[in-house]
Design a protein around this ligand. Structure first.
Ligand code: 6R9
Length: 662
């Protein structure tokens, strides 16, 4: 493996804009600067204090047991029920009438407000229904649903009875569903007839039927009626299929939650590795809930009585787990849950939702921000977005230009932007500015949150000096850390803990797989996966750096850069660029203009060998660009597995364009 950071990150580190927290927000912030000191002085004491945010049936004996490292146990001996913490305790505290979820379906006016009391009723019924179907403590349940309230209810019902869930993104294929079910041996699947996407009902149930031909693990299928679409002659099997409204509708709303061990498995979330089959990342109960509750409160400065929070992630992504379901609900928040796509029925849909519901805290991904940027300022400009007070970003590095646009155009120049770095594996946000404390720098996740230790190290695991780059690591265990890879302890140790093993002076470091730089102040800039690093004539270049340079050109909305094998230079830079709407086709000299721009911003070495203007980029559901596929095209190979793409047809368009241009 090469050190990703030996070249100076010229253009990113020249970024010198700073945005101090608004005075009012700073004065009333949930978390102030002293939290860092307190947490450093006594990390375990700090996390014990955060665990006290939750309601425990039995208090823990020991905060952290790291004696079998890297297998961690947090809050040992403690007993807790996650669903009770997310629902019942708010009702018991007299907040039953408070709205938990403002659900917004994709078809206009298809909305539902669900209070905490109603949520409790539904979760209890679903828990009873699952028990009646034979789901016991420790059994796994697969959830394959659109963004409807039942998805939240299903997850919480599983948590309530101690049955770990595995949520599979509704857009994934029958194959992906079957392999996940097979790997974790889920015996029940919760799905729907279909869901709405871009104005049409798209079927889900047939994929479950197909999955049943590929795995024999599925005993029962619980089906929510969402679209009412025809399931066809063969689309229903009385031996396995049960309607949700029958099973849940007829179940009792009374259910006493059982307290489980703090380390009881809460869920398995599959995430793709660089090689091999997807890894089932295991999260457990007490530490995870502590981590997501604390970070949601600290990073979004949640004021549960007045804030309206909205995270646009899908529930099938870890962001949906931690920052739609467990974090916000543990904190008693009121939030928006939206079923559809950002541009349906029109490109103002998101901004109308913010205006109509008075959203104050908004959390989305850079890919969405850039696609709105492409459409120009007019569309968001025609809505009243003045309720917003904090904007969040997650999923990939946010280019400085996108950050500034987000802050200025969506946030009216008032709102801090919290760029949150974390992973499926970390469970909760690890690095982020704190909105009432940090003067944010566009493009930087800044530093670890209180209670978390991160560093940037060289190949030998030594901390690099300010101004240099290397590998991002986590230096000590944290409560919401993954506990293992489901069914594969060796892969857990090998993937995350063997790259920087313990030395005489320190314990092993968690290897995140991302490259990062420290700037002159020691603030951290994440550069993306270490496999996104190119080597051009012996110079190491980060894809993020060149992409940022391209996006800083006024005609560019979005860019993806890959390193393609090159006979002369080892690798060469190939860039795929989406232009902003107002730039039209960019004019006859657009390719030269962009190439000169990269040369000016970074240097001649970064000048792309080829720049392709494309209509779209291949992305996963969580908005990550699949550079692997672009590399296939750039190197003239057949395009590899597109199973996890949000829209597979995009690759045909890009490959056709490439063929035409070479
Ligand atoms: C939450 C989530 C994790 C990977 C991570 C990194 C990238 C996420 C980022 C970011 C730069 C940020 N990533 N947030 N890179 N700045 N604020 O995205 O989880 O899907 O597991 O992806 O995403 O490369 O390693 P997951």
């Amino acid at each position: 493996m090469t050190d990703p950071g030996s070249e100076p990150l010229a253009n990113l580190l020249r970024e010198d804009r700073r945005f101090a927290p608004p005075a009012g927000l700073a004065a009333s912030a949930n978390v102030k600067a002293d939290a860092y000191r307190a947490a450093t002085a006594d990390r375990e004491g700090f996390w014990a204090k955060q665990a006290d945010r939750l309601t425990w049936a039995k208090r823990w004996d020991k905060v952290l047991d790291w004696s079998d490292a890297p297998f961690a146990k947090w809050f040992t001996g403690g007993r807790i029920n996650a669903a009770y913490n997310c629902v019942d305790r708010h009702v018991e505290a007299g907040r039953g009438d408070k709205v938990a979820i403002h659900w917004v379906g994709e078809p206009l006016d298809d909305t539902r407000d669900i209070t905490y009391a109603q949520l409790q009723d539904e979760v209890c019924r679903a828990a009873n229904a699952l028990t009646a179907l034979g789901v016991g403590t420790g059994d796994r349940v697969a959830i394959y649903l659109p963004m409807i309230p039942e998805a939240v209810v299903a997850m919480l019902a599983c948590a309530r009875i101690g049955a770990p869930h595995t949520v599979v993104f509704g857009g994934f294929s029958a194959d992906a569903l079957a392999s996940r079910i097979e790997d974790c041996r889920a015996k029940v699947v919760i799905t729907a007839d279909g869901g709405y996407r871009r104005g049409t009902a798209s079927a889900l149930k047939p994929a479950v039927d197909e999955a049943r031909t590929k795995t024999d693990k599925i005993e029962k299928v619980l089906v929510v009626r969402r679209t009412g679409q025809d399931l066809g002659e063969d689309g229903w099997d009385d031996a396995t299929d049960i309607w949700w409204h029958d099973a849940v509708g007829s179940a009792s709303p009374d259910h006493i939650p059982e307290a489980f061990d703090a380390e009881h498995p809460l869920y398995v979330m599959y995430t793709s590795g660089t090689t091999g089959t997807p890894k089932g990342i295991l999260h457990t109960t007490g530490g995870y809930l502590t981590g997501v509750s604390y970070t949601h409160d600290a990073v979004f400065d949640l004021k549960p009585d007045t804030d309206v929070y909205w995270c646009t992630a899908d529930i099938g992504w870890v962001t949906g787990h931690s920052y739609i379901v467990y974090g916000p609900l543990a904190n008693g928040a009121t939030q928006v849950l939206y079923e559809g796509t950002p541009d349906s029925p029109d490109p103002g849909r998101w901004w109308r939702i913010i205006q109509d519901y008075g959203v104050t805290l908004f959390y989305t991904a850079p890919t969405a921000i850039r696609s709105f940027m492409k459409q120009g300022d007019e569309i968001p400009g025609s809505f009243d977005l003045s309720s917003l007070r904090i904007l969040g970003s997650v999923g990939e590095p946010i280019n400085p230009e996108a950050y500034v646009w987000y802050r200025e155009v969506i946030g009216g120049g008032r709102t801090p932007v919290v760029d949150t770095w974390w992973q499926t594996e970390t469970g909760a946000v690890m690095m982020s500015p704190l909105p009432g404390v940090t003067a944010g720098k566009p493009g930087s996740a800044m530093s670890a949150i209180p209670g978390v230790g991160v560093d940037v190290v060289d190949d030998g695991g030594r901390s690099v000096p300010n101004g240099s780059g290397g590998y991002l690591v986590v230096t000590s265990p944290w409560p919401s850390m993954l506990r293992t890879v489901w069914g594969d302890d060796d892969r857990y140790v090998e993937t995350y803990w063997s790259r920087f093993p313990a030395t005489g002076e320190r314990g092993a470091y968690y290897f995140a797989g991302d490259g990062a730089k420290k700037d002159a102040d020691g603030d951290i800039w994440v550069l993306g996966r270490v496999d996104d690093v190119m080597n051009v004539s012996g110079h190491r270049l980060s894809t993020t750096e060149i992409e940022s340079a391209l996006v800083s050109h006024p005609k560019v909305a979005e860019a993806a850069v890959v390193g393609a094998t090159d006979a002369d230079t080892g690798q060469a830079v190939v860039a795929y660029v989406i232009l902003r709407n107002e730039a039209g086709d960019g004019g006859p000299l657009i390719v030269k203009e962009l190439s000169d721009h990269v040369r000016k911003e970074i240097g001649p070495i970064a000048k792309p060998r080829q720049i392709m203007i494309v209509p779209e980029l291949p992305k996963t559901r969580s908005g990550k660009i699949m550079r692997r596929l672009l590399r296939d095209v750039a190197e003239g190979r057949a395009v590899g597995d597109t199973q996890t793409l949000a829209d597979a047809s995009i690759m045909d368009l890009i490959a056709a364009g490439q063929a035409a241009s070479t």
